[in-house]
Write a protein that binds this ligand. Structure first.
Ligand SMILES: Cc1ncc(COP(=O)(O)O)c(C=O)c1O
Length: 383
């Protein structure tokens, strides 16, 4: 049993993808093709935007960069407020601070671990400039429609942090095509990877032109001369990254299918535990295609997840809880805003009682049964 088999993430390039990648790398290394941004980045952007079903895509060096560029593009400034869920990665909120805004943390919906329109609406003020909706773990919930409408009616930008949700969809519409911007991550723990890398998507031509320029140090991309008209930085993608991205895009649907198979084995097996109230599963609408970056299980409060983690580690099964602590209680935000425990009691409690089971494209049906049976054995002893 390899340790990686039951790990939380497993960056993977299928065997048949490796030779074509190396052939393309050889051309670059022998000087036939360029190293930095060129035709392959353009091709990746084009194919990615087609896959998402949106007009424009801008390749970046990370999702963090894509988030910052989105906020710069809408002109965030002077402590404009950005509503962000408390259950997310640091970059979702730090992007707002870096771009001169103020983060307003929101509770998540216990049934989905995502923002609800109700929690967003409560926090809208005259200063709200954007909502960053995180499709947590790869789930696009129907609340997206209500949040879209709220943003539209208040003149607020909607940014989808789709770092977990490459390939996820709701009602046949892919994550990254609901908001003014979609921001994707290709970090090795994500559904597809390029090592480091990200993508920004938008259907707005003006936003595209600005984002394209910001990614390129603020250069005027329509001028024939090299002139710079705004403050940007270098957030460009390299050709090597684009080659990896194109290859991963080829296998993305296959990866998602495999992840969904594992999830269905877990969900089916956990039904009896749900009836016994040992665990609670998240609500996935039948019209959603979940990308299952993570498989989240809420635990009965009697279960000590540290004990659970240690016991499963004995079988080479890794579980974790993304994210800990909740974002508003990260030291950076505690010192920036004076945030204290108890600020979002519902979310804080919720986030103490869940785990993520291993899920990735290389877990077979047999592996999934082993993982879930092992999990259940330990849980039985802990309730
Ligand atoms: C929800 C979320 N947003 C943003 C990011 C940032 O992605 P990157 O590492 O590509 O900058 C991550 C990465 O872990 C993430 O999980």
């Amino acid at each position: 049993m390899s340790e990686k088999k039951y790990s939380i993430a497993y960056p993977f390039f299928p065997k048949e993808e490796i030779e074509p990648i190396l052939d393309k790398f050889r051309k670059i290394l022998s000087g036939e093709e360029v190293l930095s941004m060129g035709k392959k980045v353009e091709e990746f952007e084009k194919k990615f935007s087609q896959y998402i079903g949106i007009k424009y895509a801008v390749g970046t060096n990370s999702c963090s960069a894509a988030l910052e560029i989105s906020l710069r593009t809408i002109g965030l400034q002077n402590d404009d407020e950005v509503i962000v869920p408390a259950e997310t990665f640091i970059a979702t909120a730090s992007s707002a601070v870096r771009e001169g805004g103020r983060v307003v943390f929101a509770d998540i919906d216990p049934e989905t671990f995502c923002l609800s329109a109700h929690e967003v609406a409560k926090r809208i003020t005259k200063k709200t400039k954007a909502v960053i909706l995180v499709h947590m773990a790869g789930l696009v919930t129907p609340e997206v429609y209500k949040i879209q409408e709220l943003c539209r009616s208040h003149g607020i930008s909607l940014i989808e942090d789709s770092a977990h949700a490459t390939g996820a969809s709701l009602d046949g519409k892919r994550a990254g095509s609901f908001g003014d911007f979609g921001c994707f991550s290709f970090y090795p723990t994500k559904v597809i990877t390029t090592g480091e890398g990200g993508m920004l998507t938008t259907s707005n031509e003006d936003y595209y032109n600005l984002a394209h320029s910001f990614r390129h140090r603020g250069r005027d991309m329509n001028a024939s001369q090299e002139v710079y008209t705004r403050l940007g930085t270098n957030n460009r993608m390299t050709e090597m990254v684009a080659i990896l991205g194109l290859s991963q895009l080829n296998v993305l649907d296959r990866f998602i299918k495999a992840r969904n198979k594992v999830a269905s084995i877990y969900s089916e097996s956990l039904l009896e535990f749900e009836q016994k109230e040992y665990v609670t599963l998240l609500k996935v609408p039948s019209t959603a295609c979940h990308s299952y970056w993570r498989y989240i299980v809420r635990l009965n409060e009697k279960i000590d997840r540290e004990v659970l983690r240690k016991s499963l580690a004995g079988k080479d099964i890794t579980i974790d809880w993304a994210y800990d602590p909740p974002l508003h209680l990260q030291p950076f935000f505690k010192s920036l805003y004076g945030n204290k425990e108890g600020m979002l009691p519902k979310t804080e409690k919720l986030m103490k009682h869940f785990i993520c089971l291993p899920i990735h494209q290389c877990i077979t049906e047999e592996d999934a049964r082993f993982v879930i049976d092992s999990f259940k054995d330990v849980v039985r002893d802990l309730v």
